[in-house]
Design a protein around this ligand. Structure first.
Ligand SMILES: CC(C)(COP(=O)(O)OP(=O)(O)OC[C@H]1O[C@@H](n2cnc3c(N)ncnc32)[C@H](O)[C@@H]1OP(=O)(O)O)[C@@H](O)C(=O)NCCC(=O)NCCS
Length: 328
């Protein structure tokens, strides 16, 4: 069976207006701008307005991606929303976006792979197009992490923000588009990064609320070690699968969690910082939204040109990781 070449034909992004700076964080917990910047690289993050939920952020990013791709919502065959902060357990956030866009023909579902979700979504959706089952798919990474963040816990609250990024996938000229995917998981590390309550194991109760079990729990040090190791190995594996070398990379778009983790990846890949998209200082970690948000901004800034080799790589809760090489 011959497979069709598939690539990203349009990108979009949306961030809420409200900015929470490091000096705002200093008023909430015992921390300092100096500590946050030196340990993480983060300067500020966006916070969704009270009336905004994940599907609202996703919708705005999707509209922009559709315009960039030059197709209408009616032409979409599939919508995948990757998120750990869906509006509701069900219906899926993808169904809410489908309705709001008027994408009447599109199948829609959510995908949960935490911060690795967007590349998991790309791999999933691109297969339908490669096989000729669908022509156009919309993959969105969107999060309202502020809704699951404990703003009394300085270990986590400084790290996260809200936002959305989207990509329209479609057929591209032969030889272009996605060259490789690496998707991985290690369920044994699930305890390091989790949100315990509200599911079937620990249904919501007044006790779970009192005990703060509806917030992100993270073992920062262990996640850091895992992240440094896996970013390098996933990136190298994706390059090898694509038949490329480190020298071929025009732009690295990594998951935006911590500049120290990003720099460790740059060192391992022998890449200068100019070849890396970093918008973490302005948005913090937006989980599944982080890579598409960075990619959309790179495109906006003219840092992605036709024929460029782009490497996406991320890691997150699960534990999970994912990487992809794209010939733009
Ligand atoms: C969370 C993280 C920034 C902490 O940085 P670190 O250099 O490892 O810091 P440590 O864990 O060694 O903590 C050092 C001290 O700073 C303190 N600290 C933690 N958060 C702080 C804050 N916001 N302000 C000031 N001090 C803080 C800790 O309490 C600790 O104090 P102690 O030694 O008295 O216990 C880092 O571990 C990290 O980025 N981990 C990965 C997180 C991640 O990427 N998560 C998302 C995955 S998708």
């Amino acid at each position: 069976m011959s497979l069709r070449s598939v690539g990203i034909i349009g990108t979009g992004k949306y961030v809420p207006e409200r900015v929470l700076t490091n000096s705002d964080m200093e008023k909430l917990v015992e921390t300092s701008d100096e500590w946050i910047v030196s340990r993480t690289g983060i300067k500020e993050r966006r916070i969704a307005a009270e009336h905004e939920a994940t599907s609202d952020l996703a919708f705005h990013a999707a509209e922009q991606a559709l315009t960039a791709a030059g197709i209408t919502a009616e032409q979409l065959d599939l919508i995948v929303v990757t998120t750990v902060t869906p509006d509701t357990t069900f219906p899926s956030t993808a169904c809410l976006v489908q309705e709001r866009l008027g994408a009447k023909r599109a199948a829609a579902f959510d995908l949960s792979a935490a911060c690795s979700g967007f590349v998991y979504g790309l791999a999933n959706a691109s297969n339908f197009i490669a096989m000729g089952i669908y022509k156009y798919a919309l993959v969105i990474g969107a999060e309202c992490l502020s809704r699951i963040t404990d703003y009394t816990d300085r270990n986590t609250c400084i790290l996260f923000g809200d936002g959305a990024g989207a990509a329209v996938l479609g057929p591209v000229p032969e030889g272009r588009g996605f060259k490789s995917f690496v998707l991985g998981a290690d369920g044994g590390g699930g305890e390091l990064l989790k949100l315990e309550a509200g599911g079937s194991r620990m249904p919501a109760s007044s006790e779970t609320v009192q005990n703060k079990r509806h917030y992100i729990y993270m073992n920062g040090r262990e996640v850091f070690k895992f992240a440094v190791r896996i970013m390098g190995s996933a990136a190298e594996e994706a390059l090898a699968k694509a038949g490329k070398t480190k020298e071929d990379i025009d732009l690295l778009v990594p998951h935006q969690a911590n500049t120290r983790i990003i720099h460790a990846a740059l060192d391992r890949l022998n890449l200068p910082e100019e070849k890396c998209m970093i918008n973490l200082p302005r948005y913090a970690n937006t989980s599944a939204a982080s890579i598409p948000l960075a990619l959309a901004e790179a495109v906006e800034e003219g840092r992605v040109r036709e024929g460029d080799t782009i490497l996406l790589v991320g890691f997150g809760g699960g534990l999970t990781w994912s990487a992809s090489v794209i010939e733009w």
